[in-house]
Structures are given as C-alpha cells and as structure tokens.
Design a protein around this ligand. Structure first.
Ligand code: ADP
Ligand code: NI
Length: 225
C-alpha cells in the first residue's frame, strides 16, 4: 500500500516537471535575450546534478529551477513581486501551498544584486542559485554576456570607463556598463559566491575560461597579439 502511494506521488511529480518544461518552452518561445528556455533547461540540469551531490530535495530543486525566470524583474516586471506566473502554474498543478511558498522563496533569493545578494536559506535554494550563476560564467557565460550586450545596445568595451565595484542592489540594477565591464562587475565575482562544493569545482574551471578569454581580448584590443 505504502509502495503504491509512493509510486503515484513520484509519477505525479514527474508529470508536474514535464508540464513545467512545456510551460517554460511556450513562455520563452519569443525570447532571444539570453533568458531563453535553453537557459532554464541548462539551469535545471546543473541544479539537478548539484542537488544529487548535496542530497537536496530533487523535486523542489527541479521545479524551482524550471520556474526561476518566469517572473524575472526585467522580463515580467508586473508579476515579479508576487511571482504570479509561477504561482498560477503551481496552483493549476494542484501543488500544496507550503511547496508553492518554498519555491517562491527559492526564486526570490536567487538573483545577483551586487553587495545585496543573499545566501539562500535552504540547501535547495543554494543548489538553484549556484546553477543559475554557473550558467552566467564560462564559455556559455561569455556568449550570454555578448548576446545581452547586443540586445541592449551596449558598448563592447571602453578603456576609459572603469568597472564599478561594490554596488548596492539599486546601483547594480540602474547601472549601465560596457559588456567587458560586466565581467568585472558580476561574472568574475560569482566563483567566490558559490554555495556548494559541487558548484565551486565547476566554477573554478569556468572562471578560468573567462579570465583567459578576457586576457586575450585585451591583448588583441591593444594590438599586442
Ligand atoms: P540571471 O539569469 O542570472 O537572472 P541576468 O538577468 O542578470 O541573469 O542576466 C541574464 C544574462 O545576461 C546573464 O548571462 C548575465 O551575465 C547577462 N547580463 C546581465 N547584465 C549584463 C550586462 N550589463 N552586460 C552584459 N551581460 C549582462
Ligand atoms: Ni536565470
């Protein structure tokens, strides 16, 4: 009896995750700004990998990873405070209120906000935050930064414009920088902000890829290489 109950629960969690996957594919179908469904799917995969090593609750991690950007403050400013999109999706799936609240807290705590960034309270939140940040660094991170820069008409690089360090949340959100400065203002900081051992190890490698790339970029800029 107990076994049968467990297997129905597992099946329904699987169904919910499949529905979440279908939902985000539809939700991001017109977005090419670097916040697309493929970003969410990569975060989902990385978060699952980290969660397994951290013995975190896999369902919570996977659901939060899949829904983490559907109420993003830049893409959906009207729903971001209350997480209306994520909440309605979860309510439609019959998910209980305590789980809805937990997922919303994980999503709330995820974002990089300069010096006001928070460390998630739960291990599940730590896994999802690490996965989202890992997708902002390394080879993929470089590609996403330039995609974002192109999409927002940002200047590629200006040696006269120095990176702005130690920004508050408000300063970070209103700051307009060159794409190269974004590496100094956010991407190079992420390695040391990883929460889990698994993510720290992946971040070491990805961080080095970016540093080698920027070193080469600056040498080419000055005509040295
Ligand atoms: P997240 O998915 O972590 O919430 P953001 O919304 O901050 O990420 O940004 C989406 C992507 O765009 C990330 O890869 C990020 O590094 C990049 N990005 C954000 N702001 C800038 C910027 N000012 N210049 C270049 N890339 C940026
Ligand atoms: Ni994200």
């Amino acid at each position: 009896m107990q076994k049968a109950k467990e297997s129905t629960e597992i099946l329904s969690q699987k169904n919910i995750l499949q529905n979440a996957l279908d939902y985000i594919k539809e939700y991001f179908s017109n977005d090419h700004s670097g916040h697309d469904a493929q970003h969410t799917i990569r975060v989902y995969k990385l978060a699952s990998r980290i969660a397994e090593q951290e013995a975190a609750d896999l369902f919570l991690v996977q659901l939060a990873a899949l829904l983490h950007d559907v109420d993003d403050r830049k893409l959906s400013p009207d729903t971001s405070a209350e997480k209306n999109n994520a909440v309605s999706f979860m309510k439609n799936q019959g998910i209980e209120d305590t789980v809805i609240r937990t997922v919303c807290t994980i999503i709330d705590e995820i974002s990089f906000a300069g010096e006001d960034s928070v460390t998630p309270q739960s291990i599940e939140g730590k896994c999802v935050q690490d996965a989202d940040r890992l997708d902002a660094i390394g080879a993929i991170g470089i590609a996403r930064a330039f995609t974002y820069g192109g999409n927002h008409d940002r200047v590629l690089y200006d040696p006269q414009e120095k990176p702005c360090l130690h920004m508050s949340k408000e300063e970070y959100h209103s700051h307009i920088s060159t794409t190269i400065n974004h590496f100094y203002e956010k991407l190079f900081l992420l390695k040391d902000l990883m929460n889990t051992a698994a993510a720290k190890e992946i971040a070491e490698h990805r961080d080095q890829i970016m540093r080698d790339y920027i070193e080469e970029f600056l040498l080419e800029w000055d005509g040295i290489r």
